[in-house]
Design a protein around this ligand. Sequence first.
Ligand code: 1GP
Length: 251
Amino acid sequence: MSLLENLKRSKPLHFTLIDPGKTSVDQSVKIAQAAYTAGTDAILLGGSTDIDPVKLDKIASKIRDHIKLPIILFPGNINGLTKYAHAVLYLTLMNSLDPYYITGVHVQAAPILLRMNLEVIPTSYIIIGYGGTVAHVGKALTVPNEKPELIASYALAGGYMGAKAIYLEAGSGAPQPVNPEGVKMAKLLVTKAGLDALLIVGGGIRDSHTASMLVKSGADAVVTGTLAEKDPGKLKEVIEAVKRLKVPSLR
Ligand code: 1GP
């Protein structure tokens, strides 16, 4: 069974994001260890700037050696790949104005991924509201957070294009997470269309109330990055809150 299918069996999921551009090798292992103990489901590894592939190799191989968690790459560019991971979110930045982030880098990455033998997860990546660094780097025309119907249309389009995961992103450190109404509508449309893509939501999730609200709105997985770096105690609370919930069925 694929890693993705296996993960889906324990929904709702919590993913811990480690940004190799922001954390040292030792810090990264520490974060992964704390997240594992708290019950996270997987490590997402990636970032938008300052990614050194040598350091990325070290982080991934150390986490892989010491911690029993799947490592899923969340690459911002071609330098975000390592053979020490288990899988990769093959991200199509749906609302980028630059074809490089829609299909361009994918052509560069494809043969490398085949050699690395990673599980490739086709993912529609949609940047909403604040966006922050990832929106700037990815030249995204961000979707207004107050337009849930537009968020949902993007998500459905991603599903129709064959994505196995749909990632709604508010940007790391976003003052507001993705609008729960947008998550709800996205889930509704994707389910109505009979699609089975994993709905991932991240950016600006800093407490268990917000994480729970997003899961209750239909997120299959929530991602926390900044919190994992800054407040391991609170990270534990968030993970525990998520793992207590069941994804509502909208069928
Ligand atoms: C992952 O970019 C987010 O989708 C991470 O955001 O750092 O705000 O948790 P935070």
